[in-house]
Design a protein around this ligand. Structure first.
Ligand SMILES: N[C@@H](CCC(=O)N[C@@H](CS)C(=O)NCC(=O)O)C(=O)O
Length: 226
């Protein structure tokens, strides 16, 4: 059985991608939890992940230590990871790669913190540009491939890649188009996302730097951990 190493659900956006994909597609795996709690996680995470980061998938002798590589590894072994249609698949791969390599302002200013709601103090121009690009990309996928999910009617890897963005839109009340908002709500209401969210808000450990980043973005108006 696959083993998937992940960290704290409230914070670990990269861990969420393969976790939600496996869970939502009903692919069995063992969840191996490694908390961020120690002062320096590098050596701890290096025991299972060569890069010292999560997520990391272990499948017998195979160790796959990057979320995009995990998805591609799974696509070679499991059905339904990417869309069947070649055009939709190309879009899904581009959109996933763009998520993997871009949107640094969104990541920095609005770190994933599932439990909280923040009233942003201002909309930074770089953040606005990231949000607007994601909105454009979501609208394009939904319109071109028939809707439901980003690249067609099935939940695939590209949707898993944008699940952390759905938590960020919810937490920071980011303004997006009605079509993208409906898609975001759909992601948030997936059974796998509900399981992740419920576990995230039960976590008692707080990562101070992460909390401070969220507080720097604006005023925390709700915290479901309390
Ligand atoms: N390229 C990697 C990035 C993974 C990454 O940066 N993971 C963060 C956590 S979400 C990490 O493990 N950081 C180590 C630490 O905070 O100690 C991937 O996509 O899997």
């Amino acid at each position: 059985m696959y083993q998937l190493y992940i960290a704290n659900k409230n914070y670990s956006s990269w861990s969420l991608r393969p976790w939600v994909l496996l869970r939502q597609l009903g692919i069995e795996f063992e969840e191996c939890f490694e908390s961020f709690e120690t002062e320096d996680n590098f050596e701890k995470f290096r025991k299972f992940s060569p890069s010292g980061t999560v997520p990391c998938l272990v499948d017998g002798d195979a160790v796959v230590w990057d979320s995009l590589a995990i998805v591609e590894y799974l696509a070679e072994k499991e059905a339904g990871i990417w869309p069947d249609n070649a055009g939709a698949r190309a879009f899904a791969r581009c959109a996933s790669a763009e998520m993997h390599s871009s949107f640094s302002s969104l990541r920095k200013i609005c770190p994933m913190n599932c439990a909280i709601t923040v009233a942003l103090s201002s909309l930074n121009a770089d953040l606005a540009r990231d949000v607007s690009r994601i909105d454009e990309l979501w609208q394009e996928g939904l319109a071109r491939f028939g809707g439901g999910f980003l690249a067609g009617e099935r939940f695939t890897a590209v949707d898993a890649f944008y699940c952390p963005v759905a938590f960020r839109v919810q937490s920071y009340q980011l303004a997006i188009s009605p079509e993208s908002f409906a898609y975001c709500q759909k992601l948030l209401s997936l059974p796998a996302m509900k399981v992740w969210d419920a576990a995230a808000i039960k976590e008692s450990w707080r990562e101070e730097a992460h909390e401070e980043e969220a507080e720097a973005a604006g005023r925390v108006i709700a915290d479901r951990r309390k």
